[in-house]
Write a protein that binds this ligand. Structure first.
Ligand code: NAD
Ligand code: DAU
Length: 379
């Protein structure tokens, strides 16, 4: 099979491509615009493969998409390209509407045109797999409830509303034009190559730099965490074995409050990279201690850096996935527990300071300044 992966230079897309090249005989065409979130260095382990090709293309560019389909003749599309960060969608929704809605529409039309021209057997075997999020379901008020594939959509943020819109478009193209599609809705991913605007890498990197660890509001919001390589395996199973027209929810059975996640990260860092003296200038500022004092009074734990800041507007309180359908029908279960996955993740960031330095470009620093300055260090 040759699979066209959109957004393959991103966090999850790069894990999917590494999985396909390392663990299958299939070929990949990585189609990515390379926004701030796209990084080809995440693919260095596989990009020399003869089964890997890259196309720098915007999914909103219809002509370029048609060229890519004609040149590469894929057997399936895995559509991950998106604007993915909720806080950025609140700050500036326009690119979310453009990429997630108009881009998905443009990709669907280019796919349809190509798919309709395929010969009968290839046309029947073709798959369009749309990768979506549990955030389309809104938040769960009942503490016992779980999102199933039939939970009604109730998105809360510009990001989740744009993803919900794209899901509706994909289902409409299936029902109206017969495009053979599958949709997956997954919970929060974490793991290697995660862009450090998101909670887990942000906390690890801030801690290592001795910066405050910003927890929105009380930190009692619940997310259901899945190790990214488990997600990548699930996605490959769905595109190769899933039933056309079906939706599969994917989750890790790891519901945690944000504050619990931050505590777990601090405890792992305390073990793996205990705070040393002398410490950096930013740490001095936080603790308002003189250098001489700090040398004799090292901080006991990274937890002392936790700072409750202003909450995210419209913040969903709880997400939790019922992943029984994909487990039952496709025999997929996550390999990693939260404990094993979070340890691997912290170890990966400790061992990849070079990757971290390169993704923390000037533009990323500007975003940090904007997002956290306005939160004003108050819950
Ligand atoms: P990411 O932000 O890390 O990567 C997105 C990728 O898409 C980047 O490589 C970027 O360059 C590319 N891209 C953005 N706009 C583009 C455009 N117009 N044309 C072509 N490429 C473009 O995102 P991620 O966390 O890897 O998420 C991937 C997908 O999975 C998204 O659709 C997201 O909604 C979904 N998802 C993410 C999570 C999660 O926890 N991260 C969970 C469930 C679902
Ligand atoms: O549920 C799936 C979704 O998970 C994906 O669709 C999104 O693309 C992905 O970004 C993620 O969304 P979240 O908003 O849940 O992820 P984020 O890492 O931004 O935040 C996780 C939780 O931590 C959330 O409740 C907000 C909180 N948070 C986040 C940041 C960045 C903080 O408390 N402090 C922070 O500085």
């Amino acid at each position: 099979m040759k699979i066209l992966v959109t957004g393959g230079a991103g966090f999850i897309g790069s894990a999917v491509i590494r999985h396909i090249i390392d663990s299958t005989a299939d070929s990949v065409v990585n189609l990515d615009k390379l926004t701030y979130a796209g990084n080809l260095e995440s693919l260095l382990d596989v990009s020399d493969s003869e089964r890997y090709a890259f196309e720098q293309v915007d999914i909103c560019d219809s002509m370029a998409l048609q060229r890519v389909f004609q040149e590469h003749q894929p057997d399936a599309v895995m559509h991950l390209a998106a604007e993915s960060h909720v806080d950025r969608s609140i700050d500036g929704p326009a690119t979310f509407i453009e990429t997630n809605i108009v881009g998905t529409y443009t990709l669907l039309e280019a796919t349809r045109q190509y798919w309709q021209g395929l010969e009968t057997a290839r046309k029947a075997a073709f798959r369009f797999h749309h990768i979506s999020t549990d955030e389309v379901y809104g938040d769960l008020e009942d503490p016992e409830a779980l999102f199933t594939e039939t939970t009604p959509y109730a998105p809360s943020s510009p990001y989740s509303a744009s993803k919900a819109s794209s899901d509706h478009l994909v289902r409409a193209w299936s029902r109206t034009y017969g495009l053979p599609m599958l949709i997956t809705n997954c919970s929060n991913n974490y793991g290697p190559y995660h862009f450090p605007e998101k909670l887990i890498p942000l906390i690890i990197l801030n801690a290592l730099e001795g910066k405050p660890l910003p927890v929105y509001g009380k930190g009692n919001q619940v997310r259901d965490w899945l190790y990214v390589e488990d997600h990548a395996r699930a996605l490959y199973k769905v595109v190769t074995e899933g039933v056309v027209g079906e939706t599969y929810n994917i989750g890790g059975h790891n519901e945690k409050q944000n504050i619990e996640v931050v505590h777990a990260l601090c405890e792992l860092l305390d073990e793996l990279r205990p705070m040393q003296t002398p410490v950096g200038a930013s740490l001095l500022a936080i603790n308002d201690l003189a250098d001489a004092q700090i040398k004799h009074q090292p901080m006991r734990s990274y937890k002392e850096l936790i700072t409750h800041v202003q909450d995210r507007p419209g913040h969903d309180l709880r997400y939790a996935i019922d992943a029984s359908k994909i487990q039952r029908e496709l025999n997929w279960t996550p390999v990693e527990t939260f404990e094993s996955g979070i340890r691997k993740t912290v170890e990966w960031y400790l061992g990849h300071a070079d990757w971290v330095e390169r993704v923390k470009s000037g533009a990323y620093q500007l975003w940090l300044d904007k997002n956290y300055a306005r939160r004003n260090d108050k819950p």
